[in-house]
Design a protein around this ligand. Structure first.
Ligand SMILES: Cc1ncc(COP(=O)(O)O)c(C=O)c1O
Length: 362
């Protein structure tokens, strides 16, 4: 099996970008106070506030699951419910952490095309029941960019906000790929967050080029009350916090976060443009961020795995998720497409697929 330098498995397969790495190195001198009481953490939080042009509260946690679950927990009582799309990471890939950290708040699923919820979908779920036996809807969690590689426009978000306001719902945004969404839409970060009613954002760093750690940004400062205790209790207060916050300084101070995201998006566009030329390949969702979802014959998928390419087939609604990262190179796309063309030629459409667990490709 060929050894590949880079894959299309996930944007977290990529390493640490130079800007984040240099900031980490710079932070690694002398002593400085722990638990976030340091200069790097203050600078990173200020840069996040400047990026969003608002005075929000900022916390750094170890990963996206913690950012999402603790954000949602801060909005809900245990008898509440959280509405999200049926393919949302908070539902499918967090092992029940949002329910766990909120002491049992129920996650209710809303369907919608291309991984997006709609105002009507939200309202239908809220109005399904209004009695005391139904967990009281309290929050909506939106993923931006979505798990299917699409993005919510500012108008879509505002329409959701307007409905949420009338239904008494708070808005959380899972922004594991927020940078990719902003780069794709060409908007200011504020236009797709607090100006569109987002109360709390889980702002993703790792998929964008840092080594570890996501930021939780409270645009609604009231919800941040005692969040520091919530983080500590959940094991999310880093003692050497500067190594979680310094990379954010590197990423934000000269725009690396958007350069990285724009690059990943452009690579996905270029992969998409090659794949649409192949009649055997069906593109499943509009390419709007850094992922391309494609349907391939099962025997071809297995043959591509055997050629050393790693990518997933179980995310979202099936199909192959081909994810580009900040360091994806044009030659990766060229080599992948060359192999795919050859594999399609060599593999009869009805070739049998040997039994095997696709998760082995993780
Ligand atoms: C949409 C989405 N949200 C959140 C996360 C964060 O997950 P983790 O806890 O692995 O950082 C991911 C990572 O795959 C994701 O794709």
């Amino acid at each position: 099996m060929a050894t590949r330098k880079r894959h299309f498995g996930s944007d977290n397969y990529a390493g640490i970008c130079q800007e984040a790495w240099r900031a980490l190195e710079e932070a690694n001198h002398h002593h400085c106070p722990g638990y976030g009481d340091d200069e790097w953490t203050a600078r990173a939080a200020d840069l996040i506030r400047a990026t969003f042009e608002t005075d929000g509260e900022v916390f750094f946690v170890f990963n996206g699951t913690a950012a999402n679950s603790l954000s949602l927990a801060s909005m809900c009582q245990s008898y509440h419910s959280i509405l999200c799309h049926e393919t949302a990471h908070v539902e499918t890939d967090e092992c029940g952490a949002p329910e766990f950290f909120s002491n049992g708040t129920k996650v209710l699923l809303v369907s919608g095309v291309n991984g997006k919820v709609t105002p009507d979908g939200i309202e239908a779920m809220v109005k399904k029941r209004s009695d005391v036996h139904y967990p009281k809807p309290r929050a909506v969690s939106l993923t931006q960019a979505t798990e299917l590689g699409t993005v919510y426009t500012p108008d879509e978000l505002k329409a959701i906000w307007s409905r949420c306001r009338s239904l008494g719902l708070k808005i959380h945004m899972d922004g594991a790929r927020f940078a990719n969404a902003v780069a794709s839409l060409g908007v200011k970060p504020k236009e797709v967050t607090w100006q569109a009613g987002v109360d709390i954002l889980s702002f993703g760093g790792t998929k964008n080029g840092t080594h570890v750690g996501d930021a939780v940004v409270f645009f609604n400062r009231d919800l941040a009350k005692e969040f520091d205790y919530r983080c500590k209790q959940a094991g999310q207060l880093a003692s050497k916090m500067r190594f979680m916050s310094a990379p954010w300084v590197g990423m934000l101070q000269d725009g690396a976060w958007l350069r990285n995201a724009s690059h990943a998006n452009a690579m996905a566009q270029s992969l998409h443009d090659e794949l649409v030329k192949l009649p055997e390949v069906k593109i499943l969702f509009p390419r709007q961020a850094n992922a391309v979802f494609a349907e391939l014959p099962p025997a071809v998928i297995r043959a591509m795995w055997q050629r050393g390419w790693k990518f997933y087939t179980f995310i979202g609604q099936g199909g192959c998720r081909l994810m580009c990262a900040w360091d994806t190179q044009p030659e990766d796309i060229r080599d992948f497409v060359t192999d795919l063309k050859q594999t399609l030629k060599d593999t009869p459409a009805d070739a049998p697929v040997p039994a095997g667990d696709h998760r082995a490709m993780k």
